[in-house]
Design a protein around this ligand. Sequence first.
Ligand SMILES: [Zn+2]
Length: 487
Amino acid sequence: MSIRVKSLFPWLASLLLCLSGQSATASDAWFETFKSSAGDADLYRFLYALPKGGDLHNHLTGSNFSEWWYDLATDQRLNGGYQYYTRVRINNCSGYGRDNFGPAPYLLYFRNLQGSSYAALSDCEKSEYKKIEALDAREKAAWLDSIRLDKKHEGREEFFQTHWQRLNDLGRNPHINAEMLVRNMQAFAREGVTYLETMEGTRFYKKPDGGDYDPDEVADIFRQRLAEPDALATGVTVRIQYYLLRFIGNAEADLEWIYHFVDRNRDLFVGINMVGREDNDKGYPLRFLSTLRKLRRDIPGIPLSIHAGEVDEPNQHVRDTLLLGATRIGHGVNLINDPDTMLLMRNSRYLVEINLISNLLLGYVDDFSQHPFPEYLRTDIPVALSTDDRGMWDSNMTDEYFVAMKEFNLSWEELTALARNSLQHSFVDRDTKAKLLQDYEQRLERFKKQFQRRGMAGLGDVVPRSHGFTCNHYKLCEFSTLVTAAN
Ligand SMILES: [Zn+2]
């Protein structure tokens, strides 16, 4: 790399150097000096202000903080005119033995219903529910907690078996989801994230009278909201991966429907993701191989990012998922136990979307020292950090970076490669990707120069906004908007 090229195109130079595996700068001593002297609060402020790339592994419904859900559930001007109710008591209305393991568990507090669902209940069951805006202070605090994973006794079962079942009708309102998209964009913009590739769908949405929305109508509600001035002002580019629940009975037919829908809506929908518990073997990866091969005969390629390796036991789900055609792997925790596939992924075009906080809170690692992230990062398997269901973890993207720095002592080169990887491996169109990468390199250069010149003062008036996770886990509560310190 000649000095001339470097001075003319600094971002291109650093990109090429990064791709060739060399250090992008002659010396990152300034960063090592900062690391060795910074306390947690300074490190957090630095990481909050640090330009980041994209969040590639983000479930829209799981991304929203409890307080946002409360705001939108109770504000009919924002939620499209829906009235919501939540269960605050159980009166054994239908006697004993009601199904508690289906999609509508009876013995579950804070299950949320929209007006039309509430109207269909018996009088006895109606007496179990309250309008959400009518909750008293104690009930409201418990309602907010009911969709947060912030207690030591909570974990995987609570998350998979109660959080989604509680949200219920709240997740079937396209106006709420469109509004949540913009709140996420605003929050991510504050912490330097410029690209969001969230997972969401367009089916199963309900109108206030209980009727079904047409999926195309839902996609248009998202498009219109994303075009409004407050959304554009964030500067965050948004695309959606359509999710497929992998273990349900008709998942192959679902995949076919989704594939055709994404093909018709490529301006907004850029990929497909298979989600759901991997320990439910009905969703094993190769189940979908023949369906995908059939679809690929007729339809131009659609990128796949698929959850794989988010399990406790060793298996070859990651390898099988690559065989399906995925170019990104969500989690990849048990890839560490599959040496052949690890070798295949070194210096490859396949990226592992790392979700450190999710893996800890859902018990896929007992503590961060067990996480394979540093092994992947330092053996040249492309990785990026992402937030998964951060609303339920009560965390943000900076928290993921903070964990990575605290637990794994990243160098400047490693730290910045994470953001760069997230943009390079995004499914957005080529021109937009080039712009995002160029913008990232320019912002990073500016940030670095300012910090080298002025230290912490170079961060200006950046005041981080964090939530419960770093407060609970690292006792760093200085920036927390909600000081719970539950653990
Ligand atoms: Zn996920």
